[in-house]
Each structure stands twice: as structure tokens, then as C-alpha cells.
Design a binder for this molecule. Structure first.
Ligand code: FAD
Ligand code: SIN
Length: 504
């Protein structure tokens, strides 16, 4: 592998790919390398169902409505200038997606088929059936091939960020194919490593979502903010003994589905006049309260009254998944429960995605921009990734001097050996223990101080394991997860002094 590049991107979801393409268009002479720890399309992006919130219908809707919905969902703790920038820039980013051949569903009259989701006062979600993320991921990966100055290495896990004189100067990585470790130096390093849902016992996030980027940035002193703001999605499909749960998109409720308890009663209206279309914090809290009251592990989503053809047409993947486990949305109630879904806090960045560490940038779910405040409005996440990828790319184009300084190669850097043994039972046990404690602590099922003590013990156990000769990728991820869990529980302890709700 090349030992030195102009721009190093970590991750291959929407943030990474959109940023790489936009930068390659403007900077054909810059070398851009993408490192991604699994296969290139294994990320949260590919699972996105609902779509992207963008104002396109300026007769029924306008930017002010979308801004207000975003602020209201975030309990007015969002940064107003960021909310305005993202929402007003959205139509331009949509035009680019269309130029990159990404398809969004249209009505027979040629207008956009806009979905509705919780907290939105208007239909404004562009979607591709119920596989919006997969459509974006596939088409961006396809587009990437047009640029000879972009390379992408799969199965390459970044283990550490390296630093010299405060600057981030590259990374230490593990190539899972050749089973070797090495350094790579870069003028600019961009974290696009996604969220941390895997820290929890139940999540919609794939197994790559272990918060690596956040933990690595924290270790080299980057500022982190609002880690207590973990968003739970109210309607994951309840199945026994899973960790990653299949999502039943919020767009299904936008389409008219009800949430009911075991007695067949709709109960969310007791918590908010918007009922099933209240924001996720409210709907998740309502479901948790109902489950606790009735001693159940789930409630139900009721789609039986909805038009079968239209439903099947909009949500073919959800229908197929349900059918596969013996459920039919037309005749059966779908068991659902809230699971960890999205990290609203993260690595603090400015409006150009610059972190507080020089030469280190962060885009997408791993970053904290201030857009979401306490609670993200549905389908604002893909949009945030697009806008900040654009901002970062423009910044680099305008600040070419960042590429002129010589790369600091042959600098003595911290490194360690990685064992190829990835059948590490001890790490798996510790991981499960961590997932259980943080979930119980987060949901206030355990006193926070107790959860904090247990997480500290787990952290010590992990460090011991990682310092032994069986340090492998699993233990590196576990170390990252314990760092993230500590940041979450510390922020939660701080926040609990202000409020007693489970979901911020
Ligand atoms: P990701 O797409 O998660 O990509 C992270 C990448 O980083 C991966 O490629 C991973 O392998 C790589 N990586 C991580 N650590 C390392 C490492 N150490 N070394 C190398 N590579 C690493 N948002 C919406 O706006 N609309 C939706 O409809 C929607 N639906 C969703 C449905 C589901 C089931 C989920 C899970 C999320 C959904 N979201 C939705 C949220 C949205 O999909 C994510 O926030 C967004 O895709 C994150 O993109 P990203 O590029 O930041 O990260
Ligand atoms: C969904 O389709 O419900 C997910 C949307 C999101 O996370 O924004």
C-alpha cells in the first residue's frame, strides 16, 4: 500500500464516498485513499430505509418549516446557524445526488413521492422504496470508479490516529487480508467512521458501529460533546436473541400504521397529541413506559388497515423480511421495541468539519455539528453527511496550503502487534457484559453511579486483556467501545442532574 497520501478517509459510508467524489472532482491531482474495516458496503448507510429530508415542494412546504421541525425535535438545543445552513443547502446536494445517478421514487405525474416521518410537519422525505441507503451506497461506489486518484482498501481497520506536534499526521492500521500492520501518512485525515450502536445490547446498527473513530479521536485529545444523546428508534422488529435488529421504518407510521399495546389500545396519544408521529424520543419513552407497566418485552405495530398494494409497493424489503420470519403486515401484528439507533453527539467539528485537532476532520454520524441538538429529526442524518462532506471538500479546495507542508514520515510512532487469532471468547464475554450494563444504565434500569463503576471495571478488564499477547481486532474494538461507553455514561450522569427522562 502507498505509505503516504494527500487525503486519507476512514470509512466507506455516505460521508466518506460523497466527500471523496466531491473532492476528487475539484482536486484531480490529489491522492485520496479510503480505508474501511470491513467490506466496502458494510456500514449504517446501506441500512437506511426512510430516506433524506429535503424541502422540494415549495408550495406546501418551505425551509422555515423544516428548520422549525428540526429545532423542535432537538428541544431547541441545536445550533441555529448550522440548522439553517444544512436545510437551505439541501436542494443543491440533492441535485448532485441526481447527477450521480441516484434514484428517488416519483409519483405518476413526475413529482417526488415524498414520505412522512415523526416530527415532520410535512411530507418531505425523498426515498427509494425502503432501501434508500442501499441505493445511495451502491451508486456512490459505482461513481467512485470514475476517479483514478481515489483508491479504496477494504478489510483495513484503522487502529490508532498518529500525532505529531498536535497535528494528526496519519494512522496505524491492520490489513486483515495480509494480516499485517503498518503506518500511512497523510496531510489530511477525515474520520467517516459512523456511530456506536454496537455499544448497546440492542441496536439497529451493523457490527462495524463500535465507535472506533470517536474513541481514537478522543485518545488524541479531540473535543467530544453530547454523548448522552443516543437516539433510540421506537420501532425495531422484536426477535429473540439478536444484537442487530431489523428496522421497521418510521415511514411506515408516516404511511398510517398504529402502535398498540397487548390489549389493542393505541397509547402514544397519552404522551403527545401527534401520537405515532411524535418525535422518536417521545414515542420511544411512551413504548418503554407501556412495556414496563404491562411487564412485556414489546408492543405492536398495526399495519392491517393499510392498503396492501400501496404498502407492498413502498415497503417491499420490510414486507419480505416479515414474511421470512412468518409474519404478514396485512394480517399480523408486528412486535416492535425501542433500540439504540443513532449517536447525536460526537467529535466536535466546525462548519467545515474541522475537529479541534489540526489536520483531523470528521463527517457524518461520528461528528457533532450541532444540527440535531438533543434529538435528531428523522432522515436528517444522511442530509447532514452530504452537507458536511460538501463543506469539508470546499474548505480543502480553498485552503490548499494544508497540502504544501511536507508529510512527517519516519516519525517514531506508537505501534503494537496484532494477533491473527480472532476467536477470542474472553473478549466476546466482556463485550456482552458491557452492552448489558450500558443499556441498563442508559435506560435508568440501574443507578447511573453503579453502571459507571461497572463500566470502569470492564474498562480495566479490557485493558488487561488488550495488554496481553492476545490483542486482536476484537479487543481493539472492545477498548474503543469501553471508551465510548464511559463517555456516554459520564455525559448521562451530568445530564441526569438536569432531567429524569430516559431519552434526552
Ligand atoms: P457509516 O455509513 O456507518 O459508515 C461508517 C464506515 O466507517 C463503515 O464503512 C465502517 O466500516 C468504517 N469504519 C468504522 N471504524 C473503522 C475503522 N476503525 N477503520 C476503518 N474503517 C472503519 N438516516 C437518515 O437520514 N435516513 C434514514 O432513512 C436512516 N435510516 C437508518 C436505518 C438504519 C437501520 C440505520 C442503522 C441508520 C439509519 N439512518 C438513517 C442513519 C444513517 O444511516 C447514518 O447516520 C449514516 O448512514 C451514517 O453514515 P456515515 O458515513 O457517517 O457512517
Ligand atoms: C427510518 O427509516 O425510520 C430511519 C430514519 C432515520 O433514522 O432517520
Amino acid at each position: 500500500m502507498t505509505k503516504s497520501v494527500d487525503i486519507l478517509i476512514i470509512g466507506s459510508g455516505i460521508s466518506a464516498l460523497f466527500f471523496a467524489i466531491k473532492t476528487a472532482i475539484k482536486c484531480p491531482n490529489k491522492s485520496i485513499l479510503i480505508l474501511t474495516k470491513s467490506s466496502k458496503d458494510n456500514n449504517s448507510t446501506r441500512y437506511a430505509q426512510g430516506g433524506i429530508a429535503i424541502v422540494t415542494d415549495f408550495i406546501k412546504d418551505d425551509f422555515t418549516n423544516h428548520i422549525e421541525d428540526t429545532l423542535r425535535a432537538g428541544k431547541y438545543t441545536n445550533k441555529l446557524e448550522v440548522v439553517e445552513m444544512v436545510i437551505k443547502q439541501a436542494p443543491e446536494r440533492l441535485e448532485e445526488l441526481i447527477r450521480f445517478n441516484i434514484d428517488f421514487d416519483k409519483n405518476p405525474d413526475g413529482t417526488w413521492n415524498l414520505g412522512l416521518e415523526g416530527g415532520h410537519s410535512q411530507h418531505r422525505i425523498l426515498h427509494h422504496k425502503d432501501i434508500s441507503g442501499l441505493e445511495i451506497e451502491r451508486k456512490l461506489l459505482q461513481k467512485l470508479k470514475d476517479f483514478p486518484n481515489i483508491s479504496l482498501n477494504e478489510n483495513t481497520a484503522v487502529l490508532n490516529l498518529t500525532q505529531n506536534n498536535k497535528n494528526c499526521i496519519g494512522v496505524f492500521y491492520y490489513d486483515r487480508k495480509s494480516k499485517t500492520t503498518d503506518f500511512i501518512f497523510s496531510n489530511v485525515t477525515v474520520l467517516c467512521t459512523g456511530g456506536c450502536g454496537q455499544v448497546f445490547k440492542r441496536t439497529t446498527n451493523p457490527e462495524i458501529a463500535t465507535g472506533d473513530g470517536l474513541a481514537m479521536a478522543h485518545k488524541i485529545g479531540a473535543e467530544i460533546q453530547d454523548m448522552h444523546n443516543i437516539q433510540f428508534h421506537p420501532t425495531a422488529l422484536y426477535e429473540k436473541n439478536k444484537n442487530q435488529y431489523f428496522l421497521i421504518s418510521e415511514a411506515v407510521r408516516g404511511f398510517g400504521a398504529y402502535i398498540i399495546n397487548q390489549k389493542g389500545e393505541r397509547f402514544v396519544f397519552k404522551h403527545d397529541v401527534r401520537g405515532e408521529l411524535a418525535t422518536r424520543d417521545i414515542v420511544s419513552e411512551a413504548i418503554e413506559t407501556e412495556m414496563k407497566k404491562n411487564g412485556t418485552e414489546f408492543v405492536y405495530l398495526d399495519c392491517r388497515h393499510l392498503d396492501e398494494n400501496e404498502f407492498n409497493n413502498h415497503f417491499p424489503t420490510i414486507v419480505a423480511y416479515c414474511n421470512n420470519i412468518g409474519l404478514s403486515p396485512k394480517t399480523d401484528l408486528i412486535p416492535i421495541f425501542p433500540v439504540a439507533h443513532y449517536q447525536c453527539g460526537g467529535i466536535v467539528v466546525d462548519k467545515n468539519s474541522q475537529t479541534t485537532v489540526p489536520r483531523l476532520f470528521a463527517i457524518g454520524e461520528c461528528s457533532y455539528t450541532g444540527l440535531h441538538g438533543n434529538n435528531r429529526l428523522a432522515s436528517n442524518s444522511l442530509l447532514e453527511a452530504l452537507v458536511y462532506a460538501h463543506q469539508c471538500s470546499e474548505y480543502l479546495v480553498d485552503n490548499n496550503e494544508i497540502f504544501t507542508s511536507p508529510k512527517i514520515e519516519n516519525h517514531p510512532l506508537p505501534s503494537f502487534q496484532i494477533s491473527t487469532n480472532n476467536n477470542n471468547l474472553q473478549a466476546t464475554e466482556i463485550r456482552q457484559k458491557l452492552q448489558k450494563i450500558i443499556t441498563q444504565g442508559f435506560l435508568n434500569q440501574l443507578p447511573l453511579d453503579f453502571a459507571k463503576e461497572r463500566i470502569t471495571e470492564i474498562y480495566e478488564e479490557t485493558k488487561l486483556l488488550a495488554s496481553s499477547n492476545i490483542k486482536n481486532l476484537e479487543t481493539v474494538e472492545l477498548e474503543n467501545m469501553t471508551i465510548v461507553a464511559t463517555l456516554i455514561i459520564d455525559a448521562k450522569i451530568q445530564y441526569s442532574k438536569l432531567t429524569s427522562t430516559n431519552f434526552p
